[in-house]
Structures are given as structure tokens and as C-alpha cells.
Design a protein around this ligand. Structure first.
Ligand code: ZN
Length: 197
């Protein structure tokens, strides 16, 4: 089911998420909603707080990348797999480790910050240990855009958004856009409040 994507200015995006302890139907529903919403919004990834659930879960589908000429380099449980077999990837209780010494700077956006883009420095390679929705543990090693995406989504689980990585100078440049989203969020929340009272 498609869910509304939470936007900059909503408290939940700043909160630390809760670890998942039950690999039950509720978790599978959350995973399905994340994937549906990610496809609907044409995102590369989406984290649970972005659909209003403060839990350690995110979804990624690298097939949604704009430039499909760029290969997607990764191993899953030590094996190279076709992308179609690995995607969509839903990570539960992930632990992400930056590996290697290389960093890359590239432009990022976020569905919770519509229209905002900025360059962010990330580790070029990461290792992620996580559980799937059946509670089975996996280890993913990935590079480039995939690694960037994992780091971006994993940040959401700690209440960190990509704008938190920006310099003062970068923030200054996007400030008008951020203020506009914040205003829209405030108005939206006010309307919601009126409806529930
Ligand atoms: Zn995001």
C-alpha cells in the first residue's frame, strides 16, 4: 500500500528508530508498504521513518537508478548476483560499516526533501550486515551509488538526513528551498490537526 512520505520539518525524521524484534506479519506489511511507496515515488530507497514508522527498516531498489549504464557492483552473502535477484532489498536492523579508504562526492536528493539536491561525501564502499523480513541474516558489500544509497537510508534510521552532512555554505544555498518545505509541512500538520480535533 502506498503511504504518504513524511517531509522535512516532521519530528519523526529526527528521531532514532527502534530495533525490530518480531519478524512477523506486521514487519512484512511495513516492508511491502516501503517498497510500494518507493516505486510510487520513483525513489532509489526509502526508510521506515519516511512513511511514519520509527523502526530500523529500509528498502532499496537499484534498478530505479537514472543512469542504468553504470554497473551496480555488489556481492550478497559473498556471491555476485544478477540485480533482479537481489532487488528490491529490504534491510532490517542493519549495521553498516565503511570499508576502504576511498570517499566519493556526488549529488544526493531525498523524497522527504522534494526538489533539494546537494553534493555529499560518502564512503565509496560499505559492508552491511542485516536481516531480511524472515529474520535471516545477510551480508552485503557494495560500491559507488549502491554504497551511497545504503549510507543515506541507514542514516535515516539514526534520525540523520542528508542535509545534516552539508557545509554552512551548501546549506546557505538551499536555505530558501528548505524553508519552503518546512512551511508546507507546518501547514499540512495544522490541517491534519484540525481534521482530527
Ligand atoms: Zn532520504
Amino acid at each position: 500500500m502506498n503511504r504518504r512520505v513524511t517531509k522535512f520539518g516532521e519530528k519523526i525524521l529526527k528521531e532514532k528508530t527502534e530495533e525490530v524484534s518480531n519478524f512477523d506479519g506486521e514487519l512484512k506489511q511495513l516492508a511491502a508498504d516501503l517498497v510500494d511507496t518507493m516505486y510510487e515515488e520513483k525513489g532509489l530507497g526509502l526508510a521506515a521513518p519516511q512513511i511514519g514508522i520509527s523502526k530500523k527498516v529500509f528498502a532499496i531498489d537499484m534498478r530505479q537508478r537514472v543512469n542504468t549504464d553504470v554497473p551496480c557492483v555488489f556481492t550478497l552473502d559473498g556471491k555476485e548476483l544478477p540485480l533482479d535477484l537481489a532487488m528490491p532489498l529490504v534491510a532490517v536492523n542493519p549495521e553498516v560499516e565503511e570499508i576502504g579508504e576511498y570517499v566519493e562526492i556526488a549529488e544526493e536528493g531525498c523524497l522527504s526533501f522534494p526538489g533539494v539536491f546537494a553534493e555529499v561525501e560518502r564512503s565509496a564502499m560499505v559492508k552491511m550486515r542485516y536481516f531480511d523480513t524472515d529474520g535471516i541474516g545477510h551480508e552485503l558489500v557494495c560500491e559507488g551509488l549502491f554504497a551511497r544509497c545504503v549510507q543515506h537510508e541507514n542514516d535515516h534510521l539514526s534520525g540523520i538526513c542528508f542535509v545534516d552532512h552539508l557545509s554552512q555554505k551548501q546549506l546557505f544555498k538551499i536555505e530558501p528551498k528548505l524553508k519552503k518545505i518546512k512551511r508546507q509541512t507546518r501547514d499540512f500538520l495544522k490541517e491534519q490537526h484540525k481534521k482530527t480535533v
